[in-house]
Structures are given as structure tokens and as C-alpha cells.
Design a binder for this molecule. Structure first.
Ligand code: C2E
Ligand code: MG
Ligand code: MG
Ligand code: MG
Length: 286
């Protein structure tokens, strides 16, 4: 009987695996045409200063919007795009669209915040990475100082000396650098301290548990106090509740981002959100 059950679950398992492999193949096939059809859109999620309650930034998050209107989240296609290398072109597209958006917001006089761009390991190790960013800035006529690049801890762990050199080069171009998903990688602190970075993003896996889990509280606290002592700015990602917000604020974390403020939304919805958010702020100030 037990054997029989095992057999059945094995069958389901392999069917699931076959379906996953099929989906992967389909996505692999579709990514290039999707890029050509301009199906990648940028959504924006606000980042708010916990002391002043002012918007300090937005994170650009890519969405694949198919012709039938279906929205595909990055977790479903970024890993595939990384393995085929098409992430390099998707990344350029996301940066270009973010630059155009920056320019439009600047022209409307509303760009008093930074735009954070996610960079994957494959882009980071592309020799054309820095030149292509510079070229896009030139073509779209916006300044690098509006942008922050989010790079995960694991991406930074690859090759110490070349990573430091590349980050310094990006700083020289004018980009701020933040470490995304901080606390989930395996970096040595000794090494991290040598990196020219301006900000740490406390990973959502800690933030989501601070109300109920002593360990999550301890780790979040350690990350924020370490960063504060080193003069590195902090932002907590994935804030959903008032309780999480209060806890994170009391730690001395500088900024916060999460569904509590807004989901990632398209530019039109973001502008609406921002207008409303400013109105609320002015009301509180009296
Ligand atoms: P990430 O950079 O850590 O982005 C944060 C993710 O957490 C986003 O998922 C965001 O929608 C989600 N999130 C934010 N606040 C909350 C919250 O309060 N609760 C919950 N449950 N989730 C929250 P998203 O947009 O699906 O992106 C997933 C990942 O895909 C990103 O993680 C990033 O690693 C990658 N990604 C997204 N856009 C790009 C891109 O343009 N280029 C590259 N290379 N990677 C990207
Ligand atoms: Mg990010
Ligand atoms: Mg993150
Ligand atoms: Mg994360």
C-alpha cells in the first residue's frame, strides 16, 4: 500500500516536472519575440522615509504584459532570461524605459526621488554593462544621479577584486549602489565592508516575521545597527503591516517599501498614488 502511494506521488511529481520543463521551454522561446514586440513594462513601487514620511525613491520592477493582457511576474521569467542571456537586453530595455520615465517626471517637476533598478548577475558580469548604461543615459538625456542600482548579495560575492572595481566605476558614473535581499546571502562581513555601497535592503524574509519571531527581530536589529554604525543607509523591503512598520522604524531603519504603502503599479497609477500620498502628508502637517 505504501509502495503504491509512493508510486502515485512519483507519477504526479514527474508530471509536474514535465509541465514545468514545458513551461520553461515555452518561456525561453517567447522571450525574444516578446522583447521585439515591446511587451516588457516597468512598474514602480514607492520607498518612503520613516522619519519624514516623504517619498525618497521608487523601485523599477519589470512586468511581462502579453498581447492578451496577461501579466507575467518576474519570478517566472527572470531565471529563464538569465540562463539564456536575454536578461541583458531586457535589462537595457528596463533601464531605458526608466530613464524615459525619469525624464518625463523631471519635466513635470515631480522628480524629487531616486529610481532603483534591479541588476542580475548576468548583467553585472557583461563587459558591456557600464558602457551600455552610459550610452542609454546619454541617449535619453537624463543624469545618473537619479538612479540607484540594486545588486543582490550573492551577485556581489563572485569575484572580490573585480566586483570592487566595477562598483567603484559605477559610483564614478554617479550611480548609488544598494545591496538587495540583504541577509540572505553568505557574504563575509569583512568582505562586505570593503564594498563601496550606499545602502542595504533588509530582506523581506526577516521583515515579514518581526511581529512574531524573536530571531527575525534580532537579525533585523543587527543589520540596521551595523549599517547605521558604518554610515550605510537602510531600507526594509516587504512592509505589509503597521506593526512591522513601527518595529522597523524603532530600529532606526531609514526607509521602508512594501504593500503597506503600495504594490508595484504602472506609471499612471503611481502618479495617482503619489498625489494622494502628498495630500495626506500635508493634512498631517496641518
Ligand atoms: P526584489 O528586487 O527583491 O523585489 C521585491 C519583490 O518583492 C517584488 O516582486 C515586489 O513586488 C515584492 N514586494 C514588495 N513589497 C512586498 C510586500 O509588502 N509583500 C510581498 N509579499 N511582496 C512584496 P516582483 O516584482 O515579483 O519581483 C521579483 C524579483 O524579480 C525582484 O525581487 C528582482 O529580483 C527580480 N526583478 C524584478 N524586476 C527586475 C528587473 O527589471 N531586472 C532584474 N534583473 N530583475 C528584476
Ligand atoms: Mg530589488
Ligand atoms: Mg529585494
Ligand atoms: Mg527580496
Amino acid at each position: 500500500m505504501a509502495k503504491h502511494t509512493t508510486g502515485i506521488s512519483f507519477m504526479y511529481y514527474s508530471e509536474d516536472m514535465a509541465r514545468a520543463a514545458e513551461q520553461r521551454l515555452e518561456i525561453t522561446k517567447d522571450l525574444h519575440p516578446a522583447l521585439a514586440r515591446n511587451e516588457f513594462e516597468v512598474y514602480y513601487q514607492p520607498q518612503v522615509d520613516l522619519t519624514t514620511n516623504k517619498l525618497t525613491g521608487v523601485e523599477s520592477l519589470v512586468r511581462w504584459i502579453k498581447s492578451d493582457g496577461t501579466i507575467i511576474r518576474p519570478d517566472h521569467f527572470i531565471p529563464v532570461a538569465e540562463s539564456t542571456g536575454v536578461i541583458i537586453d531586457i535589462g537595457k530595455q528596463v533601464f531605458r524605459k526608466s530613464c524615459r520615465q525619469a525624464r518625463e517626471w523631471r519635466e513635470k517637476g515631480m522628480l524629487n526621488f531616486k529610481i532603483a533598478i534591479n541588476v542580475s548577475v548576468r548583467q553585472f558580469s557583461d563587459p558591456d554593462f557600464v558602457p551600455s548604461l552610459k550610452q542609454i543615459l546619454r541617449e535619453e538625456e537624463v543624469e545618473s544621479s537619479y538612479f540607484e542600482l540594486e545588486i543582490t548579495e550573492s551577485t556581489l560575492m563572485n569575484e572580490v577584486e573585480s566586483t570592487i572595481k566595477l562598483l567603484e566605476e559605477l559610483n564614478d558614473v554617479g550611480f548609488a549602489i544598494s545591496i538587495d535581499d540583504f541577509g540572505t546571502g553568505y557574504s563575509s562581513l569583512n568582505y562586505l565592508l570593503r564594498l563601496p555601497i550606499q545602502r542595504l535592503k533588509v530582506d523581506r524574509s526577516f521583515v515579514m516575521n518581526v511581529e512574531h519571531d524573536e530571531k527575525a527581530r534580532t537579525i533585523s536589529g543587527l543589520i540596521v545597527s551595523m549599517a547605521n554604525n558604518l554610515g550605510i543607509m537602510t531600507i526594509a523591503e516587504g512592509i505589509e503591516t503597521e506593526g512591522q512598520l513601527e518595529f522597523i522604524r524603532n530600529l532606526g531603519c531609514k526607509d521602508a517599501q512594501g504593500f503597506y504603502y503600495s504594490k508595484p503599479v504602472n506609471c499612471t497609477e503611481f502618479e495617482k498614488w503619489y498625489k494622494e500620498f502628498k495630500k495626506q502628508g500635508e493634512k498631517h502637517e496641518g
